[in-house]
Structure formats: structure tokens, C-alpha cells
Write a protein that binds this ligand. Structure first.
Ligand code: FES
Length: 192
């Protein structure tokens, strides 16, 4: 049984045609795989390599080089808190402490007991004028305060109790589709 679903593998196979260099498809392909599984397993990387007709070592090299790819399980929602200079001067360390406290972890890479959250500290995300800031999943959050962190954590806890689109599709025996928003982001990247 394959690690990745048939529809994701089909999407991955279509990617090379969108790039001048077919090898450029490896990052969006890994992104798709990670989006489906939560992290990149050896089996998933191997299936990406086969789907893109690339050397497995090359695919694994890309996956291990970029910090946005995770080889171990991470929380369903991940905080990427910038702790570079501008953000640090405007309280990023306190924001990190508050994120840890809010999601119930003590260190990076630890996953919260409910499996919902994890965090990491990252270098400048290019939004210094809105410091302190972070990326949460695919969205940037600016001018952070403890209250803003509390609000997003509470909101995600609430929405995570609802079944996902994939779970609804699975229980109905239907085909699972990637979220429209993520597809749009990927399309934008591909068109860039
Ligand atoms: S230093 Fe945090 S976004 Fe630039």
C-alpha cells in the first residue's frame, strides 16, 4: 500500500510540466506529500522520486536541506516564530514563551499532547516592520501580543474538533481533495 493517496500522486505527476526545469517540481511535490501526511516519511519521499522520475537521493537531499520540510511528526498546526533581530527587540522571546505555555510544550519539535500544535523559532521572515511576527501554518500574523496568541490557539482548538474535509470525504467513501486555498497558493507559486 502506498504512503501517498492516488490523487496526490496524480497531482505530483502533473507538476513538472509547469516548470521550465522539471526538477523544480520537487519542492511543491514534497509540499503536497507533507500536506497529506503531516511529515515526510522515507516511503513518501521515495514515491515522490518515482512520480517525478528523479533520483531518490536528490529528493531526500532537498527534503533534508530545507527546514520547512519535516522528517518527524509535527503538530497539525505549526508556529514559526521569528526570533531574528527586529522581532527579538520587540519581544519575540516573550512571544515564544507564551506560545509554549499556550500549547503546552517546553521545547521545539515537541508535539502538544492533543497532537494539534508544535513550534519552532525561525530566522527573519521578511516582515520586520510588523515585529514581532510569526507564520502559523500558511499564514503570517503580525504585531503579536499574548492576547493574539491566545485567540488563535483557542480558535484552532475549536475548529479542530470539526471533521476535516478529508475525514468527511473518507467517511462518505468519496475522493479526497486538497483544500482549495492551499491549491490556490501552490498555483500562484507555480505561476510565479
Ligand atoms: S526580524 Fe522578524 S521578520 Fe524580520
Amino acid at each position: 500500500m502506498s504512503a501517498l493517496s492516488a490523487h496526490v500522486l496524480d497531482e505530483i505527476k502533473e507538476l513538472p510540466a509547469k516548470y521550465p526545469q522539471p526538477r523544480s517540481a520537487v519542492m511543491p511535490a514534497l509540499d503536497l506529500a507533507q500536506e497529506e501526511l503531516g511529515h515526510l516519511t522515507p516511503e513518501a519521499m521515495s514515491e515522490v522520486a518515482v512520480a517525478l522520475q528523479l533520483d531518490p537521493g536528490y529528493v531526500e537531499g532537498v527534503a533534508t536541506f530545507y527546514s520547512l520540510f519535516h522528517l518527524d511528526p509535527v503538530g497539525k498546526h505549526r508556529f514559526y516564530v521569528c526570533t531574528n533581530l527586529s522581532c527579538m527587540l520587540r519581544g519575540a522571546n516573550e512571544i515564544v514563551d507564551h506560545v509554549k505555555q499556550s500549547i503546552g510544550v517546553t521545547q521545539p519539535e515537541q508535539v502538544s499532547a492533543d497532537g494539534l500544535f508544535s513550534y519552532e523559532e525561525v530566522e527573519c521572515l521578511g516582515a520586520c516592520e510588523f515585529a514581532p511576527m510569526m507564520r502559523l501554518d500558511h499564514k503570517y500574523h503580525y504585531d503579536l501580543t499574548p492576547e493574539k496568541i491566545n485567540n488563535v490557539v483557542a480558535q484552532l482548538r475549536k475548529t479542530s474538533l470539526l471533521p476535516t474535509r478529508g475525514e468527511v470525504a473518507r467517511s462518505a467513501g468519496g475522493e479526497i481533495q486538497a483544500p482549495k486555498k492551499t491549491r490556490a497558493v501552490r498555483q500562484k507559486k507555480a505561476d510565479a
